[in-house]
Design a protein around this ligand. Sequence first.
Ligand code: 2AM
Ligand code: CA
Length: 286
Amino acid sequence: MESNEKVPYVLTGKSYTAVAINAAAKAGEWIKSKLGMHEQLSTKTSAQDLVTEVDKGAEQMIRRLILTHFPDHAILGEESVEPGEAAAISALAEAQDEEYLWIIDPIDGTTNFVHGFPFYSISIALAHHGEVIIGVIYDPSRDEMFVAEKGKGAYVHGARMAVSGEERLAEGLIAVGFPADPVVKLPINLRGIAALAPRARSLRAGGSAALHLAHVAAGRLSGYWESGLNAWDIAAGALLVAESGGKVTDTLGESYHLGVRNIVATNGALHAEMLTVLKESDATGF
Ligand code: 2AM
Ligand code: CA
């Protein structure tokens, strides 16, 4: 080993990745045990924007676990930020220059969790000076743990993941999302969906951005597009896709960074075609 070679990301004997996996697994078990048993249901910005005491409890659990190992690290968690786009953007702006920043979504797909639809996940990312170096997404329903480390690939239960091989949108299975704002954002989104539907093999809207990204990484979806997301929905999944050989940009084709809210993630081959369809249908969200 050369003397100037970078020291691996390890502190106090416990790797960052091990802590992320442990936190996601523990929170996931607990969340799953609460399926159909949550008590309070409140809405945040709209009737489509839900939160339960399980979201909040899971975030506390993950925070405590991370801080036990890394007490000087910063944490950005969905449930510790006021609802709405402006608060999310300013919370990220304040946090993103931290040396080590954990970015947590305790339940991505809360609407599904509330309805008992088994498509929700725990998303945990670690950024080093604003660059995501670890991404972990756990799907409690299928007991699948997706793990990526920057430069080291992405894995699901120990098996290396790779994006799918479809060359054209016409062969692609594409995931989309529906925005929580039904007044301004939904009509824009529906233009993109109307344009994509006849061009792709088929569309899916599972309701968890993080899991959509994990499935793109695993080669089970060819691509995914959604507008109006927050850093905690995307950070871990973006690394999973990149480390599986895929491509992640905003809807204008700019490279992924923590501030991206309008995302396109694909196997790479379909990327340009998806961007073109979104641009032509005026559905980029910009
Ligand atoms: P959540 O369950 O953590 O809120 C579904 O289309 C995706 O949009 C999910 O990842 C969901 O994450 C996210 N989402 C739901 N409501 C949202 C809102 N008001 N603003 C931004 N993203 C939202
Ligand atoms: Ca959430």
